[in-house]
Design a protein around this ligand. Structure first.
Ligand code: NAD
Ligand code: DAU
Length: 355
């Protein structure tokens, strides 16, 4: 079925992987990518698809009502997949303002545009859908046992997760109040190509290759449930196509790991793939325990039974196969990482769009 999809935040980590997946696998879909190109947006990551006639990039802010309205009108958007957000927990602790603006006000602006453009034209769930990409962090922190289900009460504990919870509540309210055909996905930690090196896995890969310290917060015993990004993107497409409107779907990798285990695995993989460091030491010697994150959630673990049973989605990648692909991608794309680290990725689009 033909669709015209507004992807917000399509120049971020998951958005880039999602745009690529759509262009590869959904021949009849048109993709409009709206991205503000914050520090986390990297236009170069989509350089090779920029001339695809099914793809349009628009540099703009999801909080800008006029810009969003114009896009709905001009491109006849029938599907929204909303990724755009401030996404890094540590930044939300040191500077929460942007998280409130983009994650809450931005989501509200998009919901209003969808309400005005779709419902006033009598469009319903057969013709249009608004998928909000959210996080498992809305559920708070688990102890040693148990899993987050779609029934778990919200208990956000960082400014980031509080802002994502707020946006989830708004999205749900638009379903109940106006009948807007919405869907919500709450996913665990993603990893894979094109991730900004402020997040654990690409940060460790970058530092380890340069012989720099590998900062592990607290005792390294915090647990995350890791999902290869391609699996997340496939799950989102499944929910867009087959999900029941008004519903939330948890997405997870069945891959619970302690942070220290993840860092040690990355060190061992690099030692094997590129050899020990010049000093003859393993990269494990770079591991440095540092001050813990404020309010650091101890454990996340997803029960992804609902999306499996109702929509037939399970992850295709194990942690081992996903990590193998990820490490190889970063090793073969060192120039991508360098352009992020030295800031030249910003120059690329400043030349096109101004600073
Ligand atoms: P990211 O930080 O890599 O990318 C965010 C993108 O949004 C960037 O391209 C940025 O330029 C854009 N953006 C930010 N503010 C904007 C604004 N006001 N207007 C338009 N564009 C704006 O994030 P990500 O890791 O790709 O995450 C994408 C979404 O998935 C987020 O909503 C996040 O909460 C959610 N999520 C992420 C993970 C994860 O592990 N990364 C897991 C679950 C859910
Ligand atoms: O669970 C889903 C969430 O996963 C998403 O909603 C967020 O957008 C995404 O950023 C991610 O949040 P985390 O805080 O879990 O990811 P991060 O990579 O920042 O950290 C992963 C774990 O590693 C966490 O327990 C903190 C720890 N950590 C992180 C960094 C950057 C370290 O020990 N050292 C580090 O240098």
């Amino acid at each position: 079925m033909t669709k015209t999809v507004l992807v917000t935040g399509g120049c971020g980590f998951i958005g880039v992987n999602f745009v690529r997946l759509l262009l590869e696998t959904r021949e009849d879909w048109q993709v409009v990518n709206l991205d503000k190109l914050t520090y986390a947006g990297n236009l170069q990551s989509l350089e090779d698809v920029q001339d695809d006639p099914r793809y349009r990039f628009i540099c703009g802010d999801i909080c800008d009502k006029n810009c969003v309205d114009d896009i709905f009108t001009k491109y006849h958007i029938d599907t929204v997949v909303h990724f755009a957000a401030e996404s890094h927990v540590d930044r939300s602790i040191t500077g929460p303002d942007e998280f409130i603006q983009t994650n809450i006000v931005g989501t509200f602006t998009l919901l209003e545009a969808a309400r005005n453009h779709w419902l006033e034209k009598g469009m319903d769930a057969d013709t249009c859908r608004f998928l909000h990409v959210s996080t498992d962090e809305v559920y708070g922190s688990l102890g040693d046992t148990g899993y987050f289900t779609e029934q778990t009460s919200y208990d956000p504990r960082s400014p980031y997760s509080a802002s994502k919870s707020s946006s989830d509540h708004l999205v749900r309210a638009y379903f109940h109040t106006y009948g807007l055909p919405v869907l919500i996905t709450n996913c665990s930690n993603n990893y894979g190509p094109y991730q900004f090196p402020e997040k654990l896995i690409p940060l460790v890969l970058n530092n380890a290759l340069k012989g720099r310290e590998l900062p592990v917060y607290g005792d390294g015993g915090n647990v995350r449930d890791w999902l290869y990004v391609r699996d997340h993107c496939e799950a989102i497409v499944r929910v867009v196509e087959k999900g029941q409107v008004g519903q939330s779907y948890n997405i997870g990798g069945h891959n619970e790991k302690k942070n220290l285990e993840v860092v040690e695995l990355l060190c061992d993989m690099l030692d094997k793939k590129v050899g020990l460091m010049e000093s003859g030491k393993s990269r494990r010697s770079l591991i440095t325990f540092v001050k813990d994150r404020l309010g650091h959630d101890r454990r996340y673990a997803i029960d992804a039974g609902k999306i499996d049973e109702e929509l037939g989605w399970t992850p295709a990648f194990t942690f081992e196969t996903g990590m193998e692909k990820t490490v190889d991608w970063y090793l073969h794309n060192r120039s991508w990482m360098e352009s992020v680290m030295d800031g030249s990725y910003r120059k690329y689009y400043e030349d096109m769009y101004g600073s």
